[in-house]
Design a binder for this molecule. Structure first.
Ligand SMILES: NCc1[nH]cc(CCC(=O)O)c1CC(=O)O
Length: 312
């Protein structure tokens, strides 16, 4: 019998399981132990049980992470494996993001079986999404388009578009790839035009802040560029104090020893957008993120940014 080196907590959705298995593979390789030594523990979350309402109405961020963090706090698991994009801006006390796997493609993809591209969608087309950012961004670029709520897992969403219930949807390219569904992407949207969510495409590993043993084990799989980018993107979000009701995009990438961050806040209906671009030394991601966030915060009119800590 193999003894357990680490226990990974994850949701049970196909995407979450892919992430847990990727983490398992990376850790098993890095430490020269069999896959079975890295145990995967599936945990059901509140977010998994809500199908019919916008997530923001159920209580916003944390719906997909709370129960996993509880298992982490209780010591039932050593690591919580998350899609970085679904991790709330402010972690519970005592928890830290210790490591990131190498980022996959962070771009959003349009799935429009009949029309192909955003520009090719007919006047008044109906596009489904559950993301405030994607809905507002679409309206900003194409004010004639109607966005409707589209929830459910990736397969369910694709089926609704294929059946003609709506003309298009938008999904993360990374998620489509992980599920082997990339062929459904009819257009990949460049960050310059359609800024992804902070953390999109990144798998983040959360641990108890006082768990030095796990921190050391995870250091072996940490991808530096991804980690620095995530720190910048999350510091940007924190400075804006944004909830998932606020439409915020953010994307950082490294260029040599510099880190470049692009950030965006949209008015909820996509009537207006405010953008920021900032670069700085790559080893100061949090300063870059915070400075960019504060700059936008000062330029965006009151009422546009909904606070996560003091929800309205
Ligand atoms: N909110 C759900 C979610 N969380 C992470 C991904 C995709 C994978 C990733 O961004 O790492 C998705 C699906 C989507 O937005 O299309």
């Amino acid at each position: 019998m193999t003894s357990t080196l680490l226990r990974l907590g994850t949701r049970g959705s196909p995407l979450a399981l892919w992430q847990a298995h990727a983490t398992q593979r990376a850790l098993s390789q890095a430490h020269g132990v069999p896959l079975e030594a890295i145990e995967i523990v599936v945990i059901r979350t509140t977010g998994d049980q809500v199908r019919d309402r916008p997530l923001a109405d159920v209580g916003g961020k944390g719906l997909f992470t709370k129960e996993i963090e509880e298992a982490l706090a209780d010591g039932h698991v050593d690591v919580a494996v998350h899609s970085a994009k679904d991790v709330p801006t402010f972690l519970p006390d005592g928890m830290v993001l210790a490591a990131c796997l190498e980022r996959a493609d962070p771009r959003d993809a349009l799935i429009a079986p009949q029309y192909g591209t955003l520009d090719g969608l007919p006047e008044g087309a109906v596009v489904g999404t559950a993301s405030a950012r994607r809905g507002a961004m679409l309206s900003y670029l194409r004010p004639d388009i109607t966005t409707v709520l589209l929830r459910g897992n990736v397969e369910t969403r694709l089926r609704k578009v294929e059946s003609g219930e709506m003309q298009a949807t938008l999904l993360a390219l990374a998620g489509l790839r992980r599920l082997g569904l990339e062929a459904h992407a009819s257009e990949v949207l460049e960050p310059e035009r359609f800024l992804p969510a902070c953390g999109q495409g990144t798998v983040a590993l959360e641990i108890r802040g006082d768990d030095a043993r796990t921190a050391e084990l995870l250091a072996a799989v940490d991808h530096r560029e991804t980690h620095l980018s995530l720190l910048a993107e999350r510091a940007f979000l924190a400075a804006l104090d944004g909830s998932c009701r606020t439409s915020i995009g953010g994307h950082a990438r490294m260029d040599g020893d510099r880190l470049q961050l692009r950030g965006l806040v949209l008015e909820a209906e996509g009537r207006e957008a405010w953008t920021v671009e900032l670069d700085g030394p790559a080893d100061q991601p949090e300063i870059i993120g915070r400075t960019a966030g504060e700059d936008l915060f000062n330029r965006v009119p009151a009422g546009i940014i909904v606070s996560e800590r003091f929800p309205s």
